[in-house]
Design a protein around this ligand. Structure first.
Ligand code: PMP
Ligand code: GLN
Length: 382
């Protein structure tokens, strides 16, 4: 079995959700919305099931969805991937990440991520037999030091696994950081795998796909998912796009991970990707309001609050309450006050865990009444 930072065993999300359910706590741990996405998408999935769309989809996904992904890339970013050779559908972003890394990385290669990092990265890097090298994101902005980033590269760096906007820290990376990543990836001839599942969930700064930077497109795979944009995390429909030779390699691996992905949901997600700009503006605006409600509540409760530029997540420093061990706090919090959260050190290796020892992540993709209730429960900690 791998160690927790290698990822196998029960994930922190599973552990905290189970604890929240057992204790009847408000679950601000695992990031999933408590309201469904667009009704027309649900109707489309239902209609597809009724119409018999219940057997295997083509391995690379239905043409309609691949075309919708390409049209979305053009509408928002001016990109023009060929839906036939430069886009595949995956079983969530999770499979897209796994297929990309297993396709590009050999045992002994290095994979570079920022730290903290989303939990599946550590596990997949370990499964690929690669070495996980990290560059820290530090408070208060959770941006990398560009010299430290350069130091983290080596001739063995095969993949830079970027996550923008960033889970768990909520950073929306500015152009200069992305440009440095591209410059270093070119210098060390590394592939960029960019997980952009929160691309539409930003609250000010516009999301910049790294592949749009000069020199990036030929070496970048971009990953996204219907889970976050459309609030259907359980549908597990994702996609990846990039140059045909990289997409073909990821597709080869994908064939033997899941072969194909949820047939009736593909039509529904294609409809979602075609929704008007107002839909996309609205999900970001709604989420921004929720962010602000929870941020204010957490401040009231005495936490040091880091307001994120994007994602579902706010991080707090519990040290302002005299609490320095967020892992212990997260395990007790459901019992203490009836709220569940995720400790940030679980997204780190040992050194990073020490640096983030008192940080705790709360998800705000929940009904506003629940956010208010959680905040008032947390206020009793003081
Ligand atoms: N990447 C990041 C950064 C995430 O936060 C998540 C969780 N939603 C995923 C990937 C997984 O996405 P999916 O559910 O589409 O597999
Ligand atoms: N991405 C979600 C989070 O960070 C959880 C996904 C999962 O449970 N694997 O909370």
């Amino acid at each position: 079995l791998l160690s927790p930072d290698g990822g196998l065993g029960v994930t922190i999300f599973e552990e905290m959700t189970t604890l929240a359910v057992a204790k009847g706590a408000i679950n601000l741990g695992q990031g999933f919305p408590d309201e469904d996405g667009p009704a027309e998408m649900k109707e489309a999935a239902r209609a597809a099931i009724q119409a018999g769309a219940n057997q295997y989809a083509p391995g690379k996904g239905f043409p309609r969805l691949r075309e919708a992904v390409a049209a979305h890339q053009e509408r928002f970013y001016g990109l023009t991937p060929d839906p036939d050779t430069e886009v595949i559908v995956t079983t969530g972003a999770t499979e897209a990440i796994a297929a990309s890394l297993l396709a590009f990385v050999q045992p002994g290669d290095e994979v570079l991520t920022f730290e903290p990092f989303y939990d599946s990265y550590g596990a997949i890097i370990a499964m690929a037999g690669a070495k996980h090298v990290t560059a820290p994101l530090a408070a208060p902005d959770f941006l990398p030091d560009l010299d430290a980033l350069e130091d983290a590269f080596s001739n063995r760096t095969k993949v830079v696994l970027l996550n923008n906007p960033h889970n768990p820290m909520g950073t929306v990376f500015p152009r200069d950081v992305l440009a440095k990543v591209v410059e270093l990836a070119e210098k060390y001839d590394a592939i960029i795998v960019s997980d952009e599942v929160y691309e539409h969930l930003t609250f000010g700064e516009a999301h910049i796909p790294v592949t749009t930077l000069p020199g990036a497109a030929e070496r970048t795979i971009t990953i996204s998912s219907a889970g976050k944009t459309f609030s259907f995390t359980g549908w597990k429909i994702g996609w990846l796009s990039g140059p045909a030779h990289l997409v073909a390699a990821a597709r080869t691996v994908k064939q033997f991970l899941s072969y194909s992905s949820g047939t009736p949901f593909q039509e529904a997600v294609a409809i979602g990707l075609g929704l008007p700009d107002a839909f996309y503006a609205d999900i970001a605006a709604t989420l921004k309001e929720k962010r602000d409600i929870l941020a204010a509540g957490l401040r009231e409760a005495g936490f040091g609050v880091y307001v994120p530029g994007g994602t579902y997540f706010i991080n707090v420093d519990a040290a302002t309450l005299g609490i320095t061990d967020s892992v212990a706090l997260a395990r007790r919090l459901p019992d203490l006050v009836g709220v569940a959260a995720i400790p940030v050190p679980v997204f780190c290796h040992a050194e990073g865990a020490e640096r983030t020892r008192s940080l705790l992540r709360f998800a705000f993709c929940k009904k506003t009444a629940l956010l208010h209730e959680a905040a008032s429960r947390l206020a009793t900690l003081q």
